[in-house]
Design a protein around this ligand. Structure first.
Ligand code: GLY
Length: 373
């Protein structure tokens, strides 16, 4: 059976674009990209691991569609490439290739390549267009959509960047077949997030289908990516620059970033794993504050652990982590406003809201409970 691709529009006036989701999109990228940007010159940025799997089919397709394709730029795979030094190298590579304002950068890879490539595109010649071809579940449901681009600094993650919307997103579900299961699960945490924010029926659907989905059922995966992208597009369409509503997308992230900062941004704890634990903590905090039924926290914990995601911080840090240390990381979060941390809490599944009025003692209790398992 041939499956149709889904198309999810992101409505942002003259910066609107489509997200295509489905199999074979890398192999057929040339035609989609020509439809979106015409016959403008293209330059692909990717990483060494993704290049081995997907660069040749992409380049073949771009050339077959008649586009002029500059030499690709390949950075080492891994979070370390999202830094100022690598950004400098990418900028130099772009300028050495003689890019013009009409050149379009095609970012092929996961969140690192998408964020780095998007930011390079935002500042090259004061801004060139770019296209996202995300190859991980996490980047297909989150980072490739919505125009957040940037790099890390020694002061923290994603602290240098720009809002720069892509012209097109091609989420090829075939690329997920080569992803390690741990990476699929980490991306799945962000899928669950959309159900918990404002789509309770989607969360119920995930409870029924999540296990088969992370085991690689194509049709379920495609549907989950479609709903996730539609949920994100809806929020980004209303609040592109995160002046309010978009903060809901940070559910689980304030706690999660504290865990990641303590773990040191590496393989010990993947971003999606920290989000899974962080979402449990956000629901736990909501229950402790008397805002959310305990039964909803139990459902969140049960579903995440059912599919194989971590739900507490007990296994992290070898007993050296404390609630105080983690709380100190939260105070440095870039979402801090006037010295207050805005938490995303929930009145139940699908009922997330922003709250800047949270007692530090409650936060520390939640952290201590998570560290205790
Ligand atoms: N990943 C959260 C956002 O794009 O706003």
């Amino acid at each position: 059976m041939t499956r149709q691709n889904s198309i999810v529009p992101v409505a942002l006036d003259d910066r609107s674009y489509d997200i295509h989701i489905g199999p074979g999109l890398i192999r057929n990228a040339g035609a989609h990209i020509r439809d979106a940007v015409g016959d403008r010159p293209l330059v692909v940025l990717t990483d060494s691991a993704v290049a081995e799997l997907h660069l040749s089919p992409l380049l073949d397709s771009l050339r077959a569609a008649g586009s002029r394709v500059l030499d690709p730029i390949v950075v080492p795979s891994g979070e370390a490439s999202k830094d100022m030094e690598k950004l400098g190298e990418v900028m130099d590579a772009l300028l050495s290739r003689g890019i013009e304002r009409k050149t379009v950068l095609v970012a092929l890879g996961g969140g690192v390549v998408g964020d780095l490539g998007g930011f390079a595109a935002a500042i090259a010649l004061r801004g060139i267009d770019f296209i996202q071809v995300p190859t991980t579940l996490l980047s297909q449901v989150d980072s490739s959509v919505g125009g957040k681009t940037g790099i890390n600094s020694r002061h923290g993650k994603n602290l240098i960047g720009a809002f720069h919307q892509p012209r097109l997103v091609l989420a090829d579900t075939d690329s997920l077949k080569t992803l390690p299961r741990r990476e699929v699960l980490a991306g799945y945490a962000e899928v669950v997030k959309y159900g918990l924010i404002d789509r309770p029926d989607f969360f119920t659907w995930l409870e029924a289908n999540g296990k088969a989905l992370v085991d690689g059922d194509d049709a379920l995966l495609m549907e989950a990516i479609r709903v996730s992208c539609a949920a994100k597009a809806d929020i980004v369409g209303q609040d592109e620059k995160e002046s309010g509503l978009r903060e809901l997308l940070n559910l689980g992230h304030t706690f999660g970033h504290a865990l990641e900062a303590e773990a040191g941004y590496g393989a010990t704890l993947l971003h999606g794993e920290s989000v899974a634990i962080g979402m449990v903590m956000a629901f736990d905090l909501s229950v402790r504050m008397g805002l959310c039924p305990a039964g909803d926290l139990a459902r969140v914990r049960a579903h995440l652990s059912d599919v194989g995601l971590p739900i507490s911080a007990a296994h992290l840090g070898g007993g050296t982590w404390t609630a105080d240390k983690l709380a100190a990381h939260m105070a440095k979060d870039k979402k801090v406003k006037d010295g207050r941390v805005t938490f995303i809490l929930a009145r139940g599944i699908g009922k997330a809201f922003r709250c800047a009025d949270v007692a530090l003692e409650d936060v520390k209790e939640v952290l201590a409970a998570s560290l205790a398992g």
